[in-house]
Design a protein around this ligand. Structure first.
Ligand SMILES: [Zn+2]
Length: 472
């Protein structure tokens, strides 16, 4: 085991034993034994060379393509039209692969059940369907097998191990829930971090609170719960850290913060260090595609989870990006035979990084830049990122006492600035804000100021500080 895994709070965890009279070393049952077999291999493959990883991915992709060509009506039809027959290929090469068309979210919506396999191998377990709203407002129904859920769990365990988490600790989760669920002041409580009955490891308890509670309520709840770990959206974590800094509150039990779902701005890491002296661990996943990348145990960038997914970062012409370039994220989960997603353009942009000094061969994503809908469209039709640096945000806050902000581009010339502030802004402050926006966005848009008490989250629970409603 590498040194970094023996860091803070690493305690010994043993899987649950299913053998009467045996506690240790554990003798797990079928499902747990399979999970441990996967984990054993993941511990080794993380150190493989990029070439070895790519070679095994290609081998797995060939099986996936053959399955999709045989049993998924959507691909059968699409590839027949394109003259592509995966069964006719003696071997699969990356050149063959890159000729396959990209699958968009709109394709998935249009295809509906045509994307489901009619012959899922029974050994992969009964498929189940989950619905994702996504942040684009285009809901899709995604089918997955029990086996793909097992892989999900294996990568969850890898994350715990990489980040040296003590599974006996208490996990507090603050995320999206239907109104009335996980309510303040109590929240809800489960005895295990994951699915208790099927869990491979016993863990400490998990407590959950609805993300729509106010920062004051959330901090009050956290002070009573005294969790070791906090999992939430980056924008929510930032508000909690700011609240604690303002009110001089330390969450002394907290050992680590995990962020999910939204783009993590670098300043959130700094805020958590200042507020609670803890580090932030980010991850990149999607409900339909599973884990995409996890944070390196030794650095702040992310490692692609190549054993579970192929991630391509493509430029505007569809060619692979090189290190340092930002491109479109295109993913292919390797093991979901219920609804194969082949070269699925997930709607995000990310920057590919150089190989990691930690020695892992898993590719590096330096940062997830955001969703295409978070780019501003200029009157000439070009798009640019609106990501604000921590200096930008500090500057914004110096202009006026703004608690929350969200900019919504309504047309090529107009932007609504939604502001939750201590008080309405003066004319002078509005003018300075207008000038600040012009510099950041590269155009003098007509700005309409709208004052609200609280800016609501998207139905998915995510928060976007810039949304463009201008169609591509
Ligand atoms: Zn690394």
């Amino acid at each position: 085991m590498d040194n970094e895994c023996r860091g803070e709070g690493m305690s010994v965890n043993v899987p649950r034993s299913r053998m009467p009279g045996i506690a240790w070393p554990a003798i797990p049952d079928g499902r747990a034994a399979t999970l441990l077999a996967i984990q054993f291999q993941l511990e080794q493959s993380q150190w493989w060379s990029p070439d070895d990883l790519a070679a095994w991915q290609l081998r797995q992709l060939r099986l996936l393509l053959a399955h999709a060509g045989r049993s998924v009506p959507f691909y059968r039809e699409r590839w027949r039209k394109a003259g592509f027959d995966p069964r006719a290929l003696p071997t699969l090469t990356w050149d063959d692969w890159r000729r396959l068309p990209i699958l968009t979210r709109a394709d998935i919506q249009d295809a509906g059940e045509q994307l489901y396999s009619t012959r899922v191998p029974p050994e992969h377990g009964k498929p189940s369907v989950l619905h994702t709203s996504g942040s684009t407002g285009r809901p899709i129904a995604a089918a997955r097998t029990q086996l793909s859920i097992l892989f999900w769990e294996a990568f969850t365990q890898r994350d715990h191990q990489w980040q040296g988490r003590d599974r006996n600790g208490k996990l507090a989760v603050i995320r999206h829930a239907e109104p009335g669920r996980d309510p303040y002041p109590e929240g809800t409580r489960t005895p295990n971090w994951g699915h208790a009955r099927r869990a491979v490891y016993d863990t400490g308890p998990c407590v959950a609170l609805n993300v729509n509670c106010s920062p004051e309520q959330q901090v009050d709840w956290l002070r009573r719960e005294q969790p070791d770990y906090l999992l939430s959206f980056p924008t929510n974590v930032a508000r909690l850290a700011e609240y604690c800094l303002e009110h001089g509150i330390r969450l002394s039990s907290l050992r680590q913060v995990q962020t999910i779902s939204e783009v993590l701005r670098p300043e959130v890491r700094e805020l958590c260090r200042r507020a609670w002296s803890v580090r932030v661990v980010d991850m990149y996943s999607s409900r339909e595609a599973g884990y995409i990348a996890l944070q390196c145990p030794a650095h702040e960038h992310l490692h692609v989870q190549s054993e579970g997914i192929l991630v391509e970062i493509l430029d505007e012409n569809g060619a692979p990006c090189s290190a340092g370039q930002v491109g479109r994220v295109v993913v292919t989960p390797l093991h979901n035979f219920a609804m194969p997603l082949i070269r699925y353009e997930i709607g995000d942009h990310a920057e590919l990084g150089p190989p990691c000094p930690c020695g892992r061969g898993l590719p590096v994503l330096t940062r997830i830049v955001g969703r295409t809908q978070n780019m501003v469209v200029l009157p000439d039709g070009s798009r640019r990122w609106t990501l604000l640096s921590s200096d930008d945000v500090a500057e914004l806050r110096r202009i006026a006492p703004i608690r929350q902000y969200q900019f919504i581009q309504r047309s090529l010339e107009t932007i609504d600035a939604m502001l939750a502030s201590e008080r309405p802004l003066s004319r002078d402050e509005e003018e300075r804000l207008r000038a600040w926006l012009e510099t950041k966005l590269g155009h003098a848009f007509a700005i309409r100021f709208i004052y609200v008490d609280e800016i609501p989250r998207a139905p998915s629970g995510k928060f976007h500080d810039f949304i463009s409603q201008v169609a591509r």
